[in-house]
Design a protein around this ligand. Structure first.
Ligand code: PEP
Ligand code: MN
Length: 336
């Protein structure tokens, strides 16, 4: 961190100011120019609040030269993190992870049929929401605990590990038997929830917020990791822009950027990014080409009757055809 002090700052003020950083275990180097003094902080500056520094009366300007996230940072962990489940399924090991299933769990017949169809198509994970973050309080809110039970039933029938969204710290106990816990876009900065998930021994699929920068996204991952849970999967699911053709705008550049900045696996959700079924294929292809470790795709056995996100779901047949193309694309790109 580089701090430029205002003109006229006295040595006494500089010493008192520097002492706070020394107390944090940092080294402070000072350069005294003709008019200004510049301080360079060396060490782990992630503990320093840049806004606090900027607010000090003697500070003219402050600039970070190091990212504020440490555990998620590739600099300190050059090897890719691979998330492996007890059943052998992996995300981040160079394979293409396919997570598929309905937006919401609705009935036993629905989730079990979709689960067996996506499994047959090659998906290694089953998704399905039991607690749903809906824009309107009058929309279907999910089956709650009954939905979790149905997911477990589909897991027992197919062997597919289940990925499902948590919305509240109050529900943590209900998620003990879930394989991967999803944090939705709307909760990416629910810091109390992230802190609690940091204490869990379970992979967390963290979705990027609707209007969050990549640095904010990685800081949210850092919340979970700094609590002790280093098994975080990052998910780019589209961001809000001025474009209205798609539900969101898939930030494809997020994939190589996140892979560069972090060692965590990155998956892409083309369904929520597009909001349109026919766009799922080209966006998935683009995600694979950009280096994504996997995809999370919504599939429903009867999209027209779906209780949420029917307009963006693929049918099992469409997913089957898509999965073949995606695996072929992944293989072809790996061979390059
Ligand atoms: C979902 O996965 O069904 C969902 C609500 O996603 P997001 O949080 O990305 O909107
Ligand atoms: Mn959905």
């Amino acid at each position: 961190m580089i701090i430029v002090l205002k003109r006229g700052t006295t040595q006494e003020q500089i010493d008192a100011f520097s002492q706070q950083f020394i107390d944090h275990g940092l080294t402070v180097n000072a350069w005294h120019g003709t008019h200004e003094t510049v301080l360079g902080l060396l060490g782990d500056t992630s503990v320093i609040d840049i806004d606090y520094v900027q607010a000090q009366p003697i500070v003219y300007k402050v600039q970070r030269v190091q990212e504020p996230y440490k555990m998620a940072n590739r600099k300190f962990h050059p090897d890719n993190t691979v998330i492996t489940l007890p059943g052998g399924q992996a995300i981040g090991d160079g394979s293409l992870a396919l997570i598929a299933g309905p937006c919401s769990v609705e009935t036993e017949e629905q989730i079990c049929e979709v689960a067996s169809r996506v499994k047959a198509a090659g998906a290694q994970f089953l998704r399905g929401g039991a607690f749903k973050p809906r824009t309107s309080p009058y929309s279907f809110q999910g089956l709650g605990t009954a939905g979790l039970d149905l997911l477990k039933e589909a897991r027992a029938k197919t062997g597919l590990p289940i990925v499902t969204e948590i919305m509240s710290v109050a529900h943590l106990d209900l998620f003990q038997d879930v394989d991967i816990i999803q944090v939705g876009a709307r909760n990416m900065q629910n810091f109390e929830l992230l802190k609690q998930l940091g204490k869990m021994d379970k992979p967390i699929l963290l979705k990027r917020g609707l209007a969050n920068t990549l640095e904010e996204f990685l800081m949210s991952a850092e919340y979970i990791m700094s609590g002790g849970n280093e098994r975080v999967i990052l998910c780019e699911r589209g961001i809000r822009t001025f474009e209205t053709f798609t539900r969101n705008t898939l930030d494809i550049s997020a994939v190589p950027i996140l892979k560069k900045l972090s060692h965590l696996p990155v998956v892409v959700d083309p369904s929520h990014a597009a909001g349109i079924p026919w766009l799922v294929e080209p966006l998935s292809m683009a995600a694979i080409a950009a280096g994504a470790d996997g995809l999370i795709i919504e599939v429903h056995n009867n999209p027209a009757k779906a209780l949420s996100d029917g307009a963006q779901c693929l049918t099992p047949d469409e997913f089957d055809a898509l999965a073949q193309k995606l695996n072929a694309t992944h293989q072809a790109l790996k061979a390059l």
